[in-house]
Design a protein around this ligand. Structure first.
Ligand SMILES: [Zn+2]
Length: 235
């Protein structure tokens, strides 16, 4: 599609915000999810190349992406009245998850990070999940600036498989999973639909393949996607 390639060369993809060389969003067919997805993105999240918030947003029919630092309530974020106790925020502390509920990849925890005794009942009540998108410190800032998150149920992840990121991302991230991997794991486990994880995982793998391919090419100053991505701003 030469026309599209030309148009994209002038700017990032208007749909996923990525440089043309990294855009995989045309192939995304949104999943008809029952568990809603809310992504809160820190405004300084700069990872235009490998960030996955927008791809996650595009991957679900019921997903909301908000960029900002603080909101007065979950209802204000979503624009409708909801019970925050039926929404689960991916909690920042996850170290003990694998020990406390062996075999489970999504674990409901209390305020001290300990697994709740009635996992199935706790997880069955969840109607939406909240992901904080950004570096560790950015996610922490979002956590502390949004007191209403304390009313939400907390879940942690204990993924059986490591992130596909491998060594591509230097900065240690929450759960060391990308936002798209975390959303995939949460929704697929809560809905008991493994195909959701397979689909999102494939999207993420395509992005990483493209990224690795661009890095293998000899860098030609400002036209290199990495340089372009680094200077890109969100529109
Ligand atoms: Zn795109």
């Amino acid at each position: 599609m030469p026309e599209e390639a030309l148009a994209a060369a002038d700017g990032d993809c208007p749909r996923c915000g990525k440089p043309a060389t990294l855009c995989v969003c045309a192939e995304i067919a949104p999943i008809d999810n029952r568990i809603a997805v809310l992504i809160l993105q820190h405004p300084q999240e700069q990872d235009a190349a490998l960030g996955t918030a927008q791809l996650t947003h595009l991957s679900f029919k019921r997903a909301t992406l908000k960029i900002g630092l603080s909101w007065p309530s979950l209802a204000k974020v979503l624009g409708r009245s909801v019970d925050p106790r039926r929404w689960a925020v991916l909690y920042l502390g996850s170290a003990r998850a694998s020990q406390i509920a062996r075999g489970r990849e999504v674990v409901a925890v209390d305020r001290k990070g300990a697994a709740l005794p009635e996992q199935d009942a706790a997880l069955a009540e969840i109607e939406g999940v909240i992901l904080l998108d950004g570096s560790w410190s950015q996610a922490k800032a979002l956590w502390w600036r949004n007191a209403w998150l304390l009313k939400c149920r907390r879940v942690v992840l204990a993924p059986h498989r490591p992130s596909r990121f491998g060594k591509l991302r230097r900065e240690p991230r929450r759960e060391s999973l990308s936002t798209i991997e975390a959303a995939a794991l949460l929704v697929s486990r809560l809905e008991a639909r493994p195909e959701i994880e397979t689909t999102l995982s494939a999207t993420f793998a395509k992005l990483l393949d493209r990224y690795r391919a661009t890095r293998r090419q000899p860098s030609s100053a400002s036209s290199s996607p990495a340089a372009k991505a680094a200077s890109a701003t969100t529109g």
